[in-house]
Design a protein around this ligand. Structure first.
Ligand SMILES: NC(=O)c1ccc[n+]([C@@H]2O[C@H](COP(=O)([O-])OP(=O)(O)OC[C@H]3O[C@@H](n4cnc5c(N)ncnc54)[C@H](OP(=O)(O)O)[C@@H]3O)[C@@H](O)[C@H]2O)c1
Length: 276
C-alpha cells in the first residue's frame, strides 16, 4: 500500500487519482508542526505501507520570509523524522522538492549542480532534501517546478479558467521555468516506483520552459480566448525567486507531454467538473 502525506495539496490530489491502493494524511489527521508527536503519528501511519510519498510542504514563498520557523518545521524538520522512521520501518520514501533550491543565475540545472537558494522557502526545502538523504539514502527526492492542476491556487492552476471565462489576465515575463502538470508528475512518480530507481535526487518537470506571460498568450490562442492578456512588471518578491530555473534530468528518462497537451487534459477536467 502507498501512503501520501499532504493529500489535500495540488500534488496530493493528483496522486489520489493515479495511485492504486492508497492511504492519505491531511492536516486534520496531524499537524506537521507538532514536532513532539510526529514520530508516534508516523509509526502508526507507516504501518502496512510499502511506500510513503511526502507531498506536504510549506509552499507560501512570500509567507516563509516572515515565518521561517514554521517553514523549517514543515519543509525540513518533519521530512528528517519521516526519512529516519521510514528507513527504520523499511518503507520506501519519495520526497518532493523544488527548483527554488537554485538561485537562477546559471538558469539551467542538472541534479548535481550546486544549489544556492535565495529565500527562506528554498533554504528550508534544501535543508529538507539534505536531511532526507542523510537519514535515508534510499529515498527518492524529486525536484519539480511550477506545479499546477486541479485544486491548485497558483497562477498556472488558475490560468485556464480565467482564459475560458474571458477574464483579463495580468502576467509577467520576469521568470523562466517549466510548468509541471501535477497529474503528469504523479504518473512519473508511480513509474519511478515501479522501476525501483535508486535513491537520490531527480529532476522531473514539464517539457516547456516559459514565462507566465508567454504561457498565457500561447494558451489564450490555443483556447481561442477573448481575454486581454496584459504584461505586468514582476512586482515584489523577485529577490527570493530564481529568475531562470529550468531543471534538466540526467538521471531518469521520462516522456513529458507538451505544455498544451497537459493544458488540454486540465481544461477537459475543468469543463467536466463544471458540468457535473
Ligand atoms: N506549487 C509549486 O509551484 C511547486 C513548485 C515546485 C515544487 N513544489 C513542491 O511540490 C510539493 C507539492 O506541492 P503542492 O503545490 O502540491 O503544495 P500545496 O498545494 O501547497 O499543498 C501542500 C500540502 O501540505 C499540507 N501542509 C502544509 N503545512 C501543513 C501542516 N503544518 N500540517 C499538515 N499538513 C500541512 C497542506 O495541507 P492544507 O491543505 O491543510 O494546507 C497540503 O496538503 C511540495 O514539496 C512543494 O515544495 C511545488
Amino acid at each position: 500500500m502507498i501512503g501520501v502525506i499532504g493529500g489535500t495539496g495540488t500534488l496530493g490530489r493528483a496522486l489520489r487519482e493515479v495511485l492504486p491502493v492508497i492511504k492519505f494524511h491531511s492536516r486534520r489527521d496531524f499537524d506537521l508542526r507538532n514536532v513532539g508527536g510526529v514520530e508516534r503519528y508516523l509509526r502508526k501511519f507507516l504501518r502496512e505501507l510499502k511506500v510513503v510519498i511526502n507531498a506536504a510542504a510549506y509552499t507560501d514563498v512570500d509567507g516563509a520570509e516572515g515565518n521561517p520557523v514554521e517553514a523549517t518545521l514543515v519543509n525540513a524538520d518533519f521530512p528528517k523524522v519521516l526519512a529516519r522512521v521510514s528507513r527504520e520501518m523499511g518503507v520506501r520514501l519519495v520526497h518532493v522538492s523544488t527548483d527554488y533550491v537554485f538561485d537562477g543565475r546559471v538558469g539551467f540545472y542538472y541534479e548535481d549542480d550546486y544549489p544556492q537558494p535565495l529565500g527562506v522557502y528554498g533554504k528550508t526545502k534544501l535543508l529538507g532534501e539534505r536531511y532526507v538523504l542523510e537519514e535515508n539514502p534510499d529515498a527518492i527526492v524529486i525536484r519539480t517546478s511550477w506545479l499546477y492542476g486541479p485544486g491548485g491556487r497558483n497562477f498556472f492552476s488558475r490560468l485556464p479558467s480565467m482564459l475560458l471565462k474571458g477574464e483579463e489576465v495580468k502576467a509577467h515575463d520576469g521568470q523562466l521555468s517549466s510548468p509541471t502538470y501535477a497529474p503528469f508528475l504523479a504518473r512519473v512518480i508511480f513509474e519511478m516506483l515501479e522501476g525501483e530507481v535508486p535513491g537520490g535526487v531527480y529532476h522531473v518537470t514539464g517539457r516547456f520552459p516559459t514565462t507566465p506571460f508567454k504561457a498565457a498568450v500561447l494558451l489564450g490562442d490555443a483556447l481561442g480566448s477573448r481575454s486581454r492578456i496584459l504584461l505586468r512588471s514582476p512586482g515584489p518578491g523577485m529577490e527570493i525567486r530564481p529568475r531562470t530555473s529550468v531543471l534538466l534530468s540526467s538521471r531518469y528518462r521520462y516522456d513529458a507531454p507538451s505544455f498544451l497537451k497537459c493544458m488540454e487534459e486540465y481544461v477537459a477536467f475543468l469543463r467536466s467538473s463544471v458540468e457535473s
